[in-house]
Design a protein around this ligand. Structure first.
Ligand SMILES: [Ca+2]
Length: 151
């Protein structure tokens, strides 16, 4: 092999080497930093319990809450806003969850506060004869309510 062929072969090998490692200039696509795909999807909020809740007035309301999951971020914190009052009426609680990309999801729950429990009736019976107590109590309970009798 002549010295000229060795030099030519060296240049070919050098060019191939540069091309293999991304150098050598021209012809190939330039190196561009790879950016992850942009997250444009909102988290999904799942309510614990029903979207509409009937709540007995006069008792303490305890909300079951909600959870949120995002396709990219996984579990996302849920923030609850709104209150349920003690007066009869319809109240709305709003749940929101925002992923790291700023996509915000919301969900609502309607809470209907109403008094559906009958009052407790207490019969007051004035008895003069202890042996008649049971009989009178049963008859009074069936027939009518005595609001108040001073004892
Ligand atoms: Ca997302």
């Amino acid at each position: 092999m002549s010295i000229g062929k060795i030099i030519s072969l060296s240049w070919v090998l050098l060019a191939l080497g540069l091309q293999a490692c991304g150098g050598g200039g021209g012809g190939t696509t330039p190196d561009v930093p790879v950016t992850p795909p942009v997250d444009t999807t909102k988290p999904v909020i799942t309510l614990n319990g029903s979207a509409t809740v009937n709540h007995e007035q006069g008792t303490t309301y305890s909300d079951a809450g909600a959870t949120a999951t995002d396709a990219v971020d996984g579990s996302v914190t849920v923030t609850t806003s709104g209150t349920v009052g003690t007066a009869a009426g319809t109240y709305t609680l709003e749940y929101s969850a925002t992923d790291k990309a700023g996509n915000k999801a919301t969900a609502t729950r309607t809470v209907i506060v109403a008094d559906t429990t009958s009052p407790v009736v207490t019969l007051l019976v004035r008895l003069r004869f202890p042996w008649l107590r049971v009989l009178l109590t049963l008859k009074q309970a069936r027939w009518r309510l005595i609001p108040s009798i001073p004892m």
